[in-house]
Design a protein. Structure first.
Length: 453
């Protein structure tokens, strides 16, 4: 068994004069530090805009040439950033985007926000981090601060980035600085943005921590420094594993309630009246997005390399990934028991297919598996989603249908998978023959044709 390694911060006293540290600190304080953001997706673009808006000359680095083109044209492709937000960030030429990675050399601080997916085997795919690291390494110069934001397993920053940047005459804490700061953005969340979500930061050395905390303090109201890179990496995994496990538990509770013939929603509403020691989680058709279904597996993988079997993660993963099939079984029972119909001869209208409400992100959306199971059982499936115009499921191309009286009343069952706010639920309740509401969006309606998890 190999423990993670020495987690004590590197001593900087022996490194000599801290002139590069002092120069970068001054630039960050004065607002003249150049900021590079590598990867301009859901995480990177809002972050780049935040620094640019604060006046830092900011450059985004992308492999997808379409994104710099869109940014140059002032046309945002991320729901949380409007064209006006982008325009404000670009004002005075403060935000640029490029595919030319040689310009990384000009950046004082470089923040990496590239994807961290899983391989089919559910092992981490850190190839994007490796590629970004390699680009930075090629142009690395004295005085640069590099921060990894991509969610990853504990040890990545120290084991992958640090050796790539360290050379005999190029020392951490003297010539370059390294930190990890987990991203906590919640796409579609109107209340919590970068400025009002506390930013956890761990540095490879005390100077690295000081510089990165100072930098983030310019865009986030609260910065929470921690004593190591690994604590910062692990904090993110605790947050997301906490969600995955609790969602898994309440999903299993929903199945238990189904067996007991009682309503999980009512049980949760009752439990949440307790003013302490309880925090409500809600059942649903499964988990989606780039974070909750994936991140715990990064931790599980790492722990298995240390001969540690992470049981909560495996169990929550098993329960959550069973939910789409469970939802289809419920749909089948409802059609059968209420109207004597077979699913194979029924028309099912799926409402909402993105992984959560009010956004268009389809990554890991449980709706895909729900539709796959419906198709496997030979149901005729249509869907409506105001944010997703078309969809490919198991080789079938589907297009979002208009949500009108005909679409609703001609369906044997309306299956609410994602509870978008813009949907006319009044029409659904009025016209549907049967509704299975997996999100409890119709919680105030008592009609007998409405069924819940
Ligand atoms: N989306 C979220 O809600 C969220 C929340 C917290 C943390 N995270 C984490 O943040 C990281 C980024 O997630 P995201 O949702 O922004 O992903 P994304 O797919 O939306 O964006 C990543 C971008 O990086 C680009 N890219 C890929 N390789 C690159 C490279 N070598 N150089 C430059 N650009 C490159 C891609 O073209 C893409 O535009 C992931 O680790 C994710 O787990 C995401």
């Amino acid at each position: 068994m190999t423990p993670l390694g020495v987690l004590r911060p590197v001593s900087e006293e022996s490194l000599g004069s801290p002139e590069r540290f002092a120069a970068l600190k001054r630039k960050i304080q004065e607002g003249t530090a150049t900021v590079g953001v590598v990867g301009l997706g859901y995480v990177g673009l809002p972050l780049a805009c935040a620094f640019a808006e604060k006046g830092y000359p900011t450059t985004g680095f992308e492999v997808d040439a379409e994104k710099p083109r869109r940014i140059a044209a002032g046309s945002s492709y991320i729901g949380d950033i409007s064209d006006e937000d982008l325009g404000r960030a670009k004002a005075g030429g403060r935000l640029k985007a490029t595919t030319d990675f040689s310009l990384l050399k000009e950046q004082d601080a470089i923040i990496i926000c590239v994807p961290t997916p899983l391989r089919k085997s559910k092992d981490p795919d850190i190839s994007y981090i490796l590629a970004a690291t390699h680009e930075i390494e090629k142009t690395l110069r004295p005085g640069q601060l590099i921060i990894l934001e991509s969610t990853t397993y504990p040890g990545t920053t120290r084991e992958i980035l640090l050796p790539a940047f360290t050379r005999k005459d190029f020392q951490l804490g003297r010539d370059f600085f390294l930190a990890f700061s987990p991203e906590r953005v919640d796409p579609g969340n109107k209340e919590y943005k970068i400025h009002n979500t506390p930013k956890v930061v761990g540095g490879a050395t005390p100077r690295c921590l000081e510089l990165s905390a100072l930098l983030y303090g310019k865009v986030a109201r609260h910065v929470f420094p921690v004593t190591s890179l690994e604590v910062a990496e692990m904090a993110k995994l605790l947050e997301n594993t906490f969600r995955a496990v609790n969602i898994g538990m309440v999903n299993e509770m929903a199945m238990m309630c189904g067996r007991l013939g009682i309503s999980i929603s009512e049980v949760v509403e009752a439990a949440k009246t307790k003013p302490f020691g309880y925090m409500p989680f809600y059942p649903g058709p499964g988990i989606g997005g780039h974070c909750i279904p994936l991140d715990p597996h990064y931790l599980a993988w790492k722990m298995r390399t240390l001969d540690f079997e992470p049981r909560f993660i495996e169990l929550a993963g098993a329960i959550n990934s069973r939910m789409p099939e469970y939802v289809v079984e419920r749909a089948e029972d409802i059609l059968n028991l209420e109207q004597g119909k077979a699913l194979s001869r029924s028309q099912v209208l799926v409402l909402g297919v993105s992984y959560k409400k009010d956004i268009s992100d389809m990554r890991e959306s449980p709706a895909i598996e729900v539709i796959e199971h419906l198709l496997l059982k030979k149901a005729r499936v249509s869907y409506h989603d105001p944010y997703v115009a078309e969809l490919e499921v198991a080789g079938s191309q589907l297009r979002s249908v208009a949500l009108d009286e005909r679409a609703v009343s001609s369906s044997d069952l309306v299956l609410i998978v994602t509870d978008h706010s813009a949907v006319d639920y009044g029409l659904v309740v009025q016209r549907a023959q049967l509704v299975l509401d997996t999100r409890n969006v119709l919680k105030d309606r008592a009609e007998h044709k409405i069924f819940r998890l």
